[in-house]
Design a binder for this molecule. Structure first.
Ligand code: NAI
Ligand code: MG
Length: 366
């Protein structure tokens, strides 16, 4: 039977961009790409409206059983006053936690038509294709002890940067596996010059490398120097492997290499299951964009590229993924632009649906 793809459109522009992804999913299934048993469910504010909770146990169970989950975005000002446990964002936190998604993948890929849009000089980013793999479930955001103690001048804020060897090993394996499907190079970033957790990080990454990944080229960089190199010469990188804190910063820096938030996909992967497929959640980096929701202004490309990542990393359909990426590239080269891209040169304004249709049109033409 067909693999299951659980779609959670969510709130704000989530359902708008997901409607365009649906067109791409249908096209792919009808044209030699994988076919899916597509299921749809509520997550975020819309689930709260319907059920009084941002993610029901039933939806959680479907997500755990699905071969992959594709999420639009959650949240919005209507829900800002809710108790923390009922907030739409809790849906995402619960999905990440229960699916045990420890590897966050953020590609920084430059589409040539948008190279003037980057914060860097066009020649530095033209042809750029790198991927940051960030550890997502441990490190200083979770380590104990934590808290603020004392009073007045005696107050102390405490967080603990803690990594256990298996936590490093599993995200390292994810990065090496990924590099094999790309250019075969991993650069690991930590601060082993000043942090014990960094010394262990480097040690364990080298152990994992020796133990079955010697065909992948491994290098190391201190995370501060790495940040500098990402901005100075980003094309030197294939896969960057790093921890939760450094990955948070480095992936936001890398995002600015390619321009609009409306272009950026992401994936979060867990451990491989019996069927060899890791648990996986694919989603655009952007949020629910309440300022433009319901107006047909949202750029659906980030979500469409997230589906392409699902094809490549969950369903071994790299060829179908590449076709989608080429169609996106071609549409951008034609000058089709949602509002967020209008400052790029030679653009013609398009609505969300017109952008989706143009991409499907290119797919059909190739
Ligand atoms: P946002 O990403 O929703 O919007 C930031 C800016 O980028 C806005 O001006 C928006 O119009 C623009 N933008 C975002 N996506 C776009 C797209 N596809 N096309 C064109 N323009 C786009 O971040 P913001 O405003 O901080 O948060 C809004 C809501 O989304 C909040 O409730 C927040 O909690 C939630 N959020 C949800 C995320 C998720 O579901 N993963 C991630 C980030 C925020
Ligand atoms: Mg961040």
């Amino acid at each position: 039977s067909d693999p299951t793809l659980l779609i959670l459109p969510g709130d704000g522009i989530g359902p708008e961009v997901m409607a365009e992804v649906r067109k791409v999913i249908e096209w792919t299934g009808a044209n030699g790409g994988p076919r899916f048993d597509v299921q749809e469910d509520l997550a975020g504010g819309c689930a709260y409206d319907a059920h009084g909770t941002p993610l029901t146990d039933g939806t959680m169970a479907r997500a755990l059983a699905a071969d992959a989950v594709l999420l639009g975005a959650v949240g919005g000002p209507r829900y800002d006053a809710l108790d923390f446990s009922l907030k739409p964002e809790r849906a995402l936190l619960r999905l990440r936690k229960e699916m045990d998604l420890f590897a966050n993948l953020r590609p920084a890929q430059c589409f040539d038509a948008l190279k003037d849009f980057s914060s860097l000089k066009p020649e530095l980013v033209s042809g750029l294709d790198m991927m940051i793999v960030r550890e997502l479930t441990s490190g200083v955001y979770f380590g104990e002890p934590r808290g603020v103690t004392g009073e007045g001048d005696g107050r102390v804020g405490i967080n603990t940067h803690r990594y256990a060897a298996p936590e490093i090993a599993r995200v390292a394996r994810a990065a090496f596996d990924l590099a094999r499907r790309r250019q075969g190079r991993v650069c690991s970033m930590e601060k082993s010059n000043v942090m014990e957790a960094g010394i262990l990080w480097r040690e364990v990454v080298e152990e994992v490398h020796r133990d079955g990944y010697e065909d992948v080229e491994l290098s190391h960089m201190l995370a501060d120097a790495g940040g500098m190199q990402i901005v100075r010469a980003p094309k030197q990188f294939d896969v960057i492997l790093t921890d939760n804190l450094f990955g948070d910063m480095l992936s936001d820096v890398a995002a600015m290499l390619t321009g609009s938030l409306g272009m950026l996909p992401s994936a979060s992967l867990g451990a491989p299951r019996e069927n060899d497929r890791p648990r996986a959640l694919y989603e655009p980096v952007h949020g629910s964009a309440p300022d433009i929701a319901g107006q047909g202004k949202a750029n659906p490309i980030a979500c469409i590229l997230s589906f392409a990542m699902a094809l490549r990393y969950s369903f071994d359909a790299g060829e179908a993924a590449t076709r989608i990426e080429r169609a996106v590239e071609a549409v951008l080269a034609d000058g089709v632009r949602t509002g967020d891209l209008m400052q790029a040169e030679g653009g013609r304004p398009a609505t969300t649906a017109q952008m989706g249709d143009a991409i499907v049109g290119k797919l059909s033409g190739t």
